[in-house]
Design a protein around this ligand. Sequence first.
Ligand SMILES: [Zn+2]
Length: 145
Amino acid sequence: MKRKSNRGKVWNPRGTSGQVRCHCGCPAVLRSAEGICRTYRPGAKVYVCSGYPACDSFVMAHPGTLEPMGTLAPPGLRRLRYEAHQQFDQLHKSGLMTRREAYQWLSYTTQAPMSHAHIGHLGEYYCRVVIRESRKLLAQRTGAA
Ligand SMILES: [Zn+2]
């Protein structure tokens, strides 16, 4: 199997083969989120690394399409994505922006096309950027009010 370079490209969790893969190189398997995801809801599915639990990495599957909601993430990245999502949601929940504007902002801030402007696609670096930049915007807003 050839290893392709992902440098400078948006990481496609399905790769060229159509198979969802883990960052460790193992194929991912689609299974129930029960016992894996702490925020489990009945019927929820996840893509889990076939090396789980040695490689503790997974990503939620979209309930309708079963497409992965991003790339498989290890625990540290899952925490960062969770935090980034909390901060990001405040941008539109607070009324600072519309939801659409917030996603445009995310696309711009993470230098990703709109189709990939989702927290689930972010790596650690851009999670930190989103957390920092959303906090800044929200602080400006409260400061001005
Ligand atoms: Zn893995």
